[in-house]
Design a protein around this ligand. Structure first.
Ligand code: PLP
Ligand code: ZN
Length: 414
């Protein structure tokens, strides 16, 4: 018999209706597509299992956190190993910005080079449990590339909808992984809408961000793993992450809540969600003190967090508030500067959407919210190789030389 005693079921975030774990795959039928479900665990059952599984599991990837994942404990898992990724104590960068206790979790080093592999791992495992041979997804690019990469070795077909302006590296990744790729003539929000219609019309399993409640559960492993690396007894004071749809930060909030409820960590770190000024719908709702979402067309150059209508806003807002955290916005120029600093002082190559999180650190340091004694953990959620044009805008131009004469002119004393 399959082992699901750790799972209680799923609860709608809007109307609180409860569903059995296998009962309702995606959103709440009473609340429609915004009725995002949240997976609930039996913490009393999980408590004695958590450390035993973590330490005893043959797999060192995120499935060592199986008692906190929405899957059968004994079910099939994807072949691809997801994590652990390095947690870099960024001493040189920390010294430069006046924060000696600064750690960067470099999730650009996951198999398809973005944090989204954590969510795709769970989606693919679930598809294997259900015997599903096709998964569809809308994405700004990374979630799709991740899904396609993890589906490839399983022989599962990935059907992908991305905005036509997605960076070429992400599209090349998708095609190389053999996905069926549709470039939608419009924005990410248009791609998302089309994926919903297509999934309904053709009966496809959807891995789209937020709408599938299992994905946040995969994303929470980012924080389960980072705090494990730091030592569960000494969590950071602040955890920074970039925010678009709000799904990653919701996942991190869930992971922190799980660890706290289990008594694994002594206190909750404050979660800080960082958005680009020109794609800041969740920030605006946070500032208003409510949960009302007012869509605004985005213009930021950080494509992965360019979202008009964030799908996971309610969960994100509640997650941030539950930790006593905050939202902050940064200009694109500050994102580029953050990318330069991450590279120059920590050797971390982040795409603009990922560097945005560190721009939030700089903003809160400048505002005086962060003091030198604060322990800060920053997620870098995507590799700079994902968007080379974006990285080049941050890094500037290299110097052209024709030979030694040019170099001698540049180094006259040598
Ligand atoms: C690199 C990167 N960072 C941050 C995000 C933001 O995640 P979310 O849309 O779940 O808020 C994304 C999402 O595409 C991403 O690809
Ligand atoms: Zn509902």
């Amino acid at each position: 018999m399959s082992h699901t005693h750790h799972l209680v079921g799923k609860k709608c975030t809007l109307c609180d209706r409860k569903f059995g774990f296998d009962e309702q795959e995606l959103t709440c039928p009473h609340c429609g597509e915004l009725g995002i479900l949240d997976v609930e665990y039996d913490y009393d059952y999980v408590r004695p299992l958590f450390h035993t599984w973590r330490n005893g599991s043959e797999r060192r990837d995120l499935f060592r956190f199986a008692p906190l994942l929405p899957l059968r404990l004994d079910g099939p898992k994807p072949q691809t190993l997801i994590g652990p990724t390095p947690l870099v104590h960024a001493t040189r960068l920390g010294k430069h910005v006046g924060l000696p206790n600064l750690w960067v979790k470099d999730d650009g080093r996951l198999p398809t080079a973005s944090f989204k592999d954590r969510a795709s791992a769970v989606a693919v495992a679930r598809a294997k449990e259900l015997g599903i041979g096709l998964i569809a997804a809308a994405s700004t690019g990374n979630a799709a590339a991740s899904l396609a990469g993890l589906c490839a070795p399983e022989g599962i077909t990935a059907v992908i909808f991305v905005p036509k302006a997605a960076p070429p590296a992400k599209i090349a990744q998708l095609l190389t992984f053999g996905a069926k790729v549709f470039l939608v003539d419009g924005t990410y929000d248009d791609a998302f809408a089309l994926s919903l219609k297509a999934a309904e019309r053709f009966g496809w399993y959807l891995r789209s961000t937020a709408i599938n409640p299992l994905l946040a559960e995969g994303k929470k492993t980012g924080v389960l793993e980072a705090l494990e690396q730091l030592g569960y007894g000494a969590p950071p004071d602040f955890v920074f992450v970039s925010v678009g749809d709000g799904c990653i930060i919701s996942g991190l909030a869930k992971g922190l809540a799980d660890l706290h409820a289990l008594g694994v960590i002594p206190y909750l770190p404050r979660l800080v969600g960082v958005q680009a000024v020109t794609s800041s719908v969740i920030y605006e709702a946070w500032k208003s003190g409510g949960e009302t979402i007012t869509p605004v067309p985005p213009t930021t150059r950080a494509d992965s967090i360019s979202v008009a209508f964030p799908r996971d806003a309610v969960k994100a807002l509640r997650g941030v508030r539950a930790t006593g955290g905050l939202m902050v916005t940064v200009e694109d120029e500050a994102i580029f500067e953050a990318g330069r600093l991450l590279g120059t002082y920590a050797g971390v190559f982040a795409e603009p959407a990922a560097a945005c999180a560190f721009a939030g650190v700089l903003a809160l340091k400048a505002a005086g919210t962060l003091a030198p004694h604060h322990r800060c953990l920053v997620f870098s959620t995507g590799s700079g190789l994902k968007d080379v044009a974006g990285a080049s805008m941050a890094a500037g131009q290299a110097t052209l030389v024709r030979g030694l004469d040019d170099l001698e002119a540049l180094f006259p004393q040598a």
